[in-house]
Every structure is written in structure tokens, then in C-alpha cells.
Design a protein around this ligand. Structure first.
Ligand code: ACO
Length: 310
């Protein structure tokens, strides 16, 4: 039997500073009604650094897991907004947490947390015993606050979990990682620059690639959409989530949504929605969870997980 993994603790962190749609309306030519109708976002949190938010969410995850930090033998940090170009932000986080283990960053934009979670399972399958997986972004640092086409969407946040190796095949039942670099021009930021985006085209492609990736993961797990108790999509835009879930045939009652409170936090988006659902008691033992994301690259990633309460 292949060694698998199981989440034994999680934590999230959001900066204290909140920007409402009305706050943005005072900064640029936009309004609450437009943002709400076109995106579903009402407010977002901004501030802090990728390392400080990562440390905060990871400390909560480690405390919930009730484990000694020294027992963690690999740290995978998903971020598209590192504190510095060199070294990887995971080095700063590892030191602040007092870990002594392999640590590295993964950048797959908004699909990054699922990439990191799947990579951690690969390491568990070849001998790692305990992984810390973090998804953090501080997109406010690379947002052009004079561009109403992007500034209304992006924000900051972090989500982390401790994943233990299991003697059995664990809770990851199926996964899919994808990328199409020929579409990189649709969403990019040069080094030191801010995000440029063809919003309409990203929207159109996002729905298709999320649905495609979800079907691939479910097929690998030998499951269908009717088996999914909770779908946790990337929190980019409520209309993208609606369209993708409609095409998948998953009703919104079985979908985790926090973006009205968080905006698009990229790597933090899926863990913020997943752990919010878990904290609210929406997940029971044996529930099938489908995480599905898309992002710049254009990347896509999904994972089918059998939920087990820690
Ligand atoms: N406030 C008011 N009006 C606005 C705003 C705004 N913030 N932004 C645009 N408008 C105007 C436009 O100028 C346009 O006016 P016009 O008709 O007079 O020309 C009108 O509103 C419609 O603009 P569209 O761009 O067509 O609006 P759309 O419905 O496409 O929504 C949005 C724009 C919200 C950006 C949408 O395209 C979207 O969400 N796309 C996906 C973006 C996304 O998910 N990105 C993240 C990817 S993940 C990652 O890796 C970071």
C-alpha cells in the first residue's frame, strides 16, 4: 500500500486592514454595486508580508495539530508574491517557526496551494513523515491601485495545514496538475511590476479549465460529481464559481465561498475557503471534498480528498 497523507491541523491568517468596496470607490472610478454584481466581492484584507502571514497561519496549524515543530520534516510554501527574489520566503518562515527541515517555495499562481498539497504527498510517499503546507499571497503589493480592472479583485491572506504520513493510502484520492504556458500573456506581472490581466479572456478560460481539471481528478479517484460533499473552488469571482459549478452539476449549497470577505488571495484562496468550511462544521468524516483552482500560467489544479476529522 502506498504511503499517503492526512491533514491533522490547519490555520488561517488575514491582515487586520480591511478595504470595503466603498473604500475603493473613494480611490477610483468604481462602486459597490458594480463590484458586487460583477465579482461577488464586498471587502478584502490587505497588508503584512508573505512571511508574516505564513508564520501566523502555520503557528495556528501546528498548535491545532498539537505537534512539536521539530517533527516537521518538510515545508512547502505556495506563493506568487515572495518577500524577496532570493532566498525563498519558505526560508524566512522556516527560521521564524523554528523548524529544521527542507523548505522551498512553489509558484503556480492561484493553483499553487493544490500544487503544494500534491507535492507534499509525493514527499510523504518517499519517506517524509510530516509536512507543513502553506498557501500565502500578498497580491496588494503587486496590484496597480489606479487600475479599476484589477484593484477590485486582489487581496492578501494565508492558509496552512500539517499533513502527516499514513500507513494506508491516505485521504488524497485523485489529483490533477495542469498548465498551458502559451496563455501566460493573459495574466502576468514583470519582476518589480504590477499585475496585467485580460479579465474577459481569463474568465472565459477559467471556467473551462476548472471543469476539465475537476473531471480528471474525479476520474482518477473513481468518483463522480454526485459523490462530492463540498466543492472548494479558487475564490476569484462569484460568477466564475457559479458557472463552473453549474457546468460540473454541483449546487452552490455544496460549494465553499468566502470571497465576499477575502477577495482573490491567490495561493491562500482555497485553504481559506476549505478551513472556513471545516471550522463551521460543514465537513464530516468520510465527506468527499473537491478542491479546484486555476491561475496565471495558465495553471489549473484539483484534488479529491476524503475528509477525516483530526
Ligand atoms: N467599476 C466600474 N466599472 C468598471 C470597473 C469597475 N471596477 N471595471 C471595469 N468597468 C467597466 C468597463 O470599463 C466596461 O465599461 P464599458 O462597457 O463602458 O466599456 C464595463 O465595466 C464592463 O467591463 P468588463 O471588463 O467587460 O467587465 P466584466 O464583466 O468582464 O468583469 C472582471 C470584469 C470582474 C475583471 C471579470 O472579467 C473577471 O473577473 N475576470 C476574471 C479575472 C480573474 O479571475 N483573475 C484572477 C485569475 S487567478 C490568478 O492567477 C491571480
Amino acid at each position: 500500500m502506498t504511503t499517503g497523507g492526512r491533514i491533522i491541523g490547519w490555520g488561517t491568517a488575514l491582515p487586520d486592514k480591511v478595504l470595503t468596496n466603498d473604500d475603493l470607490s473613494a480611490m477610483m472610478d468604481t462602486n459597490d454595486q458594480w463590484i458586487t454584481e460583477r465579482t461577488g466581492i464586498k471587502r478584502r484584507h490587505v497588508g503584512g508580508s508573505t512571511s508574516s502571514l505564513s508564520v501566523a497561519s502555520a503557528q495556528r496549524a501546528i498548535a491545532m495539530a498539537g505537534v512539536d515543530p521539530s517533527s516537521i520534516d518538510v515545508l512547502v510554501l505556495s506563493t506568487t508574491t515572495p518577500d524577496r527574489t532570493v532566498p525563498a520566503t519558505s526560508a524566512t518562515v522556516q527560521n521564524a517557526l523554528g523548524l529544521r527541515c527542507g523548505a522551498f517555495d512553489v509558484n503556480a499562481a492561484c493553483s499553487g496551494f493544490v500544487y503544494a498539497y500534491v507535492i507534499a504527498h509525493g514527499l510523504l510517499s518517499i519517506g517524509a513523515k510530516r509536512a507543513l503546507v502553506i498557501g500565502t499571497d500578498t497580491l496588494s503589493r503587486i496590484t496597480d491601485w489606479s487600475d479599476r480592472g484589477t484593484a477590485i479583485l486582489f487581496a492578501d491572506g494565508s492558509g496552512a495545514c500539517v499533513v502527516d504520513a499514513t500507513a494506508d493510502s491516505g485521504q488524497l484520492l485523485g489529483w490533477d496538475l495542469d498548465a498551458d504556458g502559451s496563455l501566460e500573456h493573459l495574466l502576468y506581472a514583470e519582476v518589480g511590476g504590477s499585475i496585467h490581466m485580460d479579465g474577459k479572456e481569463v474568465f472565459r478560460r477559467a471556467v473551462r479549465i476548472m471543469v476539465d481539471s475537476a473531471h480528471k481528478s474525479l476520474a482518477k479517484a473513481g468518483l463522480g460529481v454526485d459523490d462530492v460533499a463540498l466543492c472548494v473552488p479558487h475564490q476569484a469571482n462569484a460568477r466564475i464559481i457559479d458557472a463552473a459549478c453549474r457546468q460540473l452539476g454541483i449546487p452552490l449549497e455544496r460549494t465553499a465561498v468566502v470571497l465576499h470577505e477575502t477577495g482573490n488571495t491567490s495561493s491562500a484562496s482555497i485553504p481559506l475557503a476549505l478551513f472556513d468550511a471545516a471550522d463551521r462544521g460543514r465537513l464530516n468524516d468520510g465527506d468527499i471534498v473537491l478542491m479546484v483552482g486555476f491561475g496565471a500560467g495558465m495553471t489549473a489544479a484539483s484534488a479529491v480528498v476524503e475528509w477525516r476529522k483530526p
